[in-house]
Design a protein around this ligand. Structure first.
Ligand code: USQ
Length: 525
């Protein structure tokens, strides 16, 4: 049998290890190697830990591997710390809820916090989730009845009720903190001044407060922080989008001279005040790791789509929300909702913008692997969480094709682009770590998940809920601040347009084996 991806990680990575000894473990900017060297050079220093889970071991060198330690048990996801305590910030959201179900079902101890803002903000738009969801107390009860799990919950606003969050952290002592508690909408941040302030205040300052709380209360835990591929933008030069940092052999040439760029943060080019806030988060998390030896994976997540996870499939009451309004619906989810509503699919601008995407279940699989494979103290690492790249025009074709299977005659429209973004550009995404270092094997295929979405959204109860809110679908939020419907540039039948892929090879970058993607590329030609 293949070795598990995290089998050779040691106490250095384990949140149960309490660093002791007379070396200043939390000094700024030191690496494990530097500390080891210091200790070897000076016999008066020692480098030891105590284990919070196995106090009988006393003081010892942090060298036990996950494979050797009885507290780490082997699972198909890798070695997992027994009953690892995970706190999910933003547990009531599209991602937080399915992750809570999955982790608790796998035997993690799960606690969550939320301030229900997502529910409020979708209501502010005059919309609701197409898939009905229960109130949190009922959700927890349903999870208990159906999956037999016990999820702890507190209603806390991480920005304005930091004291409450700190109390909860003291009580629960998380070994990993998943940070989903941010407002996830670019258009929402562009509505007006108050919305921009609200997004950056909640997201950036809220996250900074969480970092201070971690430092004071659970410095050994790791933060799995949700960033976004949108931090990078789409470099018009076609420069590859590396995983947050330049690789070791990257070189900058200028004026006849040359410098190594290896290990430096790559430039960011965000496309909304929401994305700008995420860039600021990146620097705050990075600095917290440097200053205080916190540890974090910053996930640059692509656009998520889908309705399915194994646990949610067990019962309707466990489903996650599904938004389709112009603020909170993401593009593939919106296209399926539009198809069901008989609205021509709304492509913004030329529609030749390319984005990284990942299905909901695959995103959850990534999260498990990152949680059970924590970084070392002081380590900040970036992971590009995408499983395929698609052009918007090709996505519209794919949704229309699946729509046909459901007897729906889908049309496509191109609208003036409400956003300021290039709508035709190259894109080469490097996403190697999840499959390489973390043993992920993405399973969700685009059309298969789109099919599942059609099944859910054509259910009469859900369809009725879509129809009730049909008026929130068309975009009105322009990046210049105007609130006007977009002009229609074009309307066409699927399959009647040829979009040339001048940069075909660049679409081959991440998952050459994605047959569906290849199919789409061929259609596009
Ligand atoms: N788009 C359309 N038609 C629509 C909606 C969107 O053509 O009806 C286009 C947009 O112009 C954009 C692309 O589709 O070029 C993606 O838009 P989106 O609304 O699906 O996603 P975005 O605003 O980029 O934000 C979403 C999530 C956000 C996350 C981000 C990942 O809301 O939380 O950070 O995806 S990424 O896009 O990689 O930055």
């Amino acid at each position: 049998m293949n070795k598990r991806h995290n089998c050779d990680k040691t106490c250095w990575n384990c949140p149960a290890a309490i660093l002791k000894g007379n070396v200043d473990f939390r000094a700024c900017g030191q690496s494990k190697e530097e500390i080891k060297k210091k200790v070897e050079e000076n016999p008066n220093l020692n480098m030891v830990i105590e284990c919070a889970r196995r106090p009988e071991l006393g003081h010892f060198e942090p060298n036990i591997t996950f494979e050797q330690c009885p507290e780490w048990i082997e699972t198909k996801y890798g070695y997992m710390l027994k009953e690892m305590r995970v706190m999910i910030l933003g547990i009531d959201g599209y991602l937080g809820w399915p992750l809570a179900l999955k982790l608790s079902k796998l035997g993690f101890k799960v606690a969550g916090v939320d301030n229900y803002w997502r529910r409020d903000m979708v209501m502010e738009k005059g919309s609701h989730t197409a898939v009905p969801i229960q109130r949190m107390t009922q959700r927890l009860q349903s999870a208990k009845e159906i999956l037999g799990t016990n999820i702890e919950f507190r209603k806390i606003d991480i920005r304005t009720e930091l004291d409450k969050l700190r109390e909860f952290m003291e009580e629960f002592k998380p070994e990993s903190i998943v940070h989903y508690a941010e407002i996830p909408s670019a258009p929402y941040s562009m509505v007006d001044c108050n919305h921009a302030l609200k997004v950056q205040d909640n997201n950036t300052l809220g996250s900074l407060g969480v970092l201070f709380a971690m430092k004071d209360i659970v410095p050994e835990s790791s933060m799995v922080k949700l960033g976004t591929m949108g931090e990078y933008g789409a470099p018009l030069t076609g420069r590859p989008i590396f995983e947050g940092m330049f690789p070791a052999d990257a070189v900058l040439q200028w004026d006849g001279r040359e410098w190594s760029m290896g290990g430096e943060m790559t430039p960011r080019n965000p496309g909304s005040f929401y994305h700008v806030g995420k860039v600021q988060d990146t620097y705050n998390v990075y600095e917290a790791c440097r200053y205080w030896w916190l540890r974090s994976y910053d996930i640059m997540q692509g656009v998520i789509y889908g309705v399915h996870t194994k646990e949610m499939a067990e019962d309707k009451r466990l489903r996650t929300r599904f938004d389709f309004d112009e603020w909170f619906g993401t593009v593939i989810n919106r296209f399926v909702a539009q198809a069901v509503l008989g609205i021509p699919l709304t492509i913004y601008g030329k529609g030749e913008q390319i984005r990284g995407f990942i299905g909901l279940e695959d995103a959850m699989q990534c999260m498990i692997r990152l949680i059970i494979s924590p970084p070392e103290p002081g380590q900040y690492d970036v992971v590009n969480q995408v499983s395929a790249v698609y052009r918007i025009v090709d996505l519209a074709e794919a949704v229309a094709e699946v729509g046909k299977e459901f007897g729906i005659d889908v049309k496509i429209q191109r609208l003036e682009n409400p956003r300021v973004e290039p709508d035709k550009h190259p894109m080469e995404v490097v996403s190697k770590k999840l499959e390489g270092e973390f043993g992920l094997d993405p399973k969700i295929r685009l059309k298969e998940e789109v099919r599942r979405m059609f099944k859910v959204l054509t259910n009469p109860e859900v369809k009725k809920r879509l129809e009730e809110k049909k008026h929130v679908v068309l975009p009105k939020t322009r990046w210049n601040g105007d609130k006007l419907e977009m002009d229609k540039l074009d309307e066409y039948e699927p399959g009647t347009k040829k979009f040339k892929l001048e940069l075909k090879q660049q679409l081959d970058t991440i998952h050459g084996n994605d047959k569906e993607l290849k199919g789409i590329k061929e259609n596009g030609n």
